[in-house]
Design a protein around this ligand. Sequence first.
Ligand SMILES: *Cc1c(COP(=O)(O)O)cnc(C)c1O
Length: 483
Amino acid sequence: MRLRDNASRCRDILRKVLTQRHELRTNQFTITMKTIIEPFRIKVVEPIRLTTPQQREAIIQKARLNVFSIRARDVLIDLLTDSGTSAMSSEQWSAMMHGDESYAGSESFFRLYDQVQEMTGFEHILPTHQGRASERILFDLLGSAGKVVPNNSHFDTTRANIERTGAAAVDLVIDEGYDPQSRHPFKGNMDLGKFEALIERVGADRIPLCMLTVTNNSGGGQPVSMKNIREVHDVCRTHQIPFFLDACRFAENAYFIQQREPGYADRSVTSIVHEMFDLSDGATISAKKDGLVNIGGLLLLRDAALAQQARNNLILTEGFPTYGGLAGRDLDALAQGFREVLDEHYLDYRIRSIAYLGEKLIEHGVPILEPPGGHAIYLDAKRLCPHIEPLQFPAQAITIGLYRIAGIRAVEIGSVMFGNDDTPADMELVRLAIPRRVYTQSHIDYVIEAIIELFAKRHELRGIRIVDAPPALRHFTATFEEI
Ligand SMILES: *Cc1c(COP(=O)(O)O)cnc(C)c1O
């Protein structure tokens, strides 16, 4: 009896000691986790080719000062875009081996279908080769001369696909969205007053659909609040206007809602994503962003008749509705990518790593668009180079400077991209888009050092002139010279 008592007392003591040790360990663990680390390790590496300043000068001259014309091997850190540049996980690569390459009814399609259906609640799910293919199909069906399509801010391919049908693309983001220094937590929100004024002016029957881009790429990767999504949905409902999401970065937007919007702190990102999609009648998605794959897109629809028309249109240029321009293996990689992007450890790391770059630049006085967005940091070229007129493309001058100084490829989002011969864009920005799971903190530290150095020499940057440009989407192929 006593023996057993002793034994149980020993066990109690042991348990207590172990618990304390565990608590100690847990405390230590919390202390060492001040840095949010990349929640992955590297299994495959891809070498970066280093270049000298002399080599880079020759390269940028040969590219006629357009970074889109530089070969990728000549770039050290490529921040041109976060689109299609993600590193896939070992789970995604292994999912690709399960790809079913059947022309019709592929198992890969049904695996993707189940994942997207569970995540979004949509019944009609059309794969496409990328986001703009979804846009082309949607606006072929709903756009035409005289129609008007509102959005917080149209992405360039969205605008081009709308205007191609003769319809007009209108941006209705809140005024804070145009102020690079405003720290509004949801700068991607649509201005409801502007939306209602538009309906009043053109009439709801001329508005075939209303879109919200989450996060707002053209406005700096800024999120849209759930409140705003709901309010825009309500206005659409009142006027019987279909409400669509341009949902390329749905997970990043949902994470911002969880972090910033009252009432959402205890909600999972997965449930927030579902709520966003529940409010919409359809969505276009480029899977090259939050899909964590290198190619792919989706068109999601609730209306069965519209979905049937979309499938007929899809067959003309993309392929049969169970593959839509993709290989079976691509569909499997995407199904797995959508699972991984909802992992909140991944999202913690993702959003934190962008904020890290932004905070370091702010610390050194470099003017950026605030607050840091979801997929990129934007240098504010108007404040960085006030000595260069908007129509002499200050953001293009900085982009060229960054390549020269450090081999970093960024992209101009200003008057080259959105202006014309006599009208400048609303903002002059240089976007540093961060590919998902590709670069480590030391790569980003190198980027920070380069920008600080360029910032110190900003007075030496000169204005830029366009030598030659095509009529649409001119930033891709224009050639430039320094003034
Ligand atoms: C990338 C993007 C698109 C177009 O998608 P692609 O896959 O590049 O064709 C549309 N809208 C937004 C907001 C995007 O970021």
